[in-house]
Write a protein that binds this ligand. Structure first.
Ligand code: PLP
Length: 384
């Protein structure tokens, strides 16, 4: 059975060129970059090359990039750095639709006595920017707003928000894990201080991420240990993955045009055809302001998990907009924050494409999904 992989916001295939770039560093050039000898120096050279490649993808300078183990570590490090740099400030601003890497961290900080403002979004997933600006006070330690949403693909106006936040002298962090590599991200065009990236979302291996830390931003490391990463992140580097991440960043820059055009066309075809062929389908998220690869669709009166299981039997890998928590199927916090009706939120499926998807993949889904929905609706007591 062929696998139709349309779950690229969860993770991506490691590009064969990325694999090739990594291979020599497993068992031939395996030195520790902290070693003084020539053998370690060869590895240091490659890490610095990777740093420059990641920096170039977001138009930063190399010294502003710190490698981490994943997007989650980057987010945690950014927020902890701000609250430990400004220990007297006890207020954090974020949105209601952040990834758990930020959301759960902030909820944990509430338990430790921080006040957190979770800025709402509207029915299209757009951020209530006035609400955000009104929430800023002298006590605000950091504002952390994602660049693009992992479930709906909705893009927030990070350049505009970061400029206003910075004018008030408040540090600004963005979780750009889903944006980088899919749409142009240029840190020179905004006032953001700190930005999170994850390797496995851009065809690098899992277990590597990065932080952009603008020069001059107050920072303290989250992982304390050796002098790696110029003292900004202790621990021997995940050398092989960092090298792959560098290569993947170079490829992502080269493929940007394809991501913005061909992938978008495939995504639009998928949405348009499904809407044409299936009644009662909603697109979640602002149509004009979405990542080109992401489609979040709600099929009313059916359960997302049932759709996923039936698609899985055909080799189609997507994900649903609900989380199975303690036995009950709760729609995701993102769809709930957007006010998607319960009957629709339950039947939400996220399709997230990559440059590896083909027209045949999309045609396969377009042919196979309508009978699945029809079948499930016949079983639904709520379907007319
Ligand atoms: N932030 C966003 C928006 C994400 O989509 C993800 C992963 O899905 C993360 C953070 C976490 O990244 P990682 O899996 O590298 O920890």
């Amino acid at each position: 059975m062929k696998t139709i992989y349309v779950d690229n916001n969860a993770t991506t295939k490691v590009d064969p060129q990325v694999v090739e770039s990594m291979l020599p560093y497993f068992s031939e050039l395996y030195g520790n970059p902290s070693s003084m000898h020539y053998f370690g120096g060869k590895v240091t050279y490659k890490i610095e090359e990777a740093r420059a490649q990641v920096a170039s993808l977001i138009n930063a300078s190399s010294e502003e990039i710190v490698f981490t183990s994943c997007g989650t570590e980057s987010d945690s490090t950014a927020i902890h750095a701000a609250i430990s740099s400004f220990p007297d400030k006890r207020h954090i601003v974020t949105s209601r639709v952040e990834h758990p890497a930020v959301k759960s961290l902030c909820e944990g900080l509430v338990k430790k006595g921080y006040r957190v403002t979770f800025v709402p979004v509207d029915r299209k997933g757009a951020l209530d920017i006035d609400y955000l600006y009104d929430s800023l006070t002298d006590d605000t330690a950091i504002v952390s707003i994602m660049w693009a949403n992992n479930e709906t693909g909705v893009i927030f106006p990070i350049e505009e928000i970061s400029n206003v936040v910075k004018q008030k002298g408040i540090p600004f962090h963005t979780d750009a894990v889903q944006a980088v590599g899919k749409i142009p991200v240029d840190v020179s065009q905004s006032s953001l201080d700190i930005l999170s990236i994850s390797g496995h979302k851009i065809h690098a291996p899992k277990g590597v991420g990065a932080l952009f830390i603008r020069k001059g931003t107050p920072f303290s490391p989250f992982l304390i240990g050796g002098h790696q990463e110029r003292g900004r992140r202790g621990g021997t580097e995940n050398v092989v993955s960092i090298i792959g991440f560098g290569k993947a960043s170079e490829l992502a820059a080269n493929h940007m045009g394809e991501s913005l055009n061909r992938v978008r066309q495939l995504r639009d075809k998928l949405e348009n055809e499904l809407i044409k062929r299936i009644p009662n389908v909603l697109i979640n998220g602002d149509n004009d302001n979405r990542l080109p690869n992401t489609a979040s669709l709600s099929f009313e009166y059916v359960e997302g998990e049932s759709i996923l299981l039936m698609m899985d039997e055909l080799g189609i890998c997507a994900s649903s907009g609900s989380a199975c928590t303690s036995g009950s199927l709760e729609p995701s916090h993102v769809l709930r924050a957007m006010g998607v009706p319960f009957t629709a939120a339950h039947g939400s499926i996220r399709f997230s494409l990559s440059i590896y998807n083909t027209e045949e993949d999309i045609d396969f889904i377009i042919e196979r999904l309508p009978p699945i929905i029809e079948h499930l609706r016949k079983l639904s007591p709520f379907w007319k």
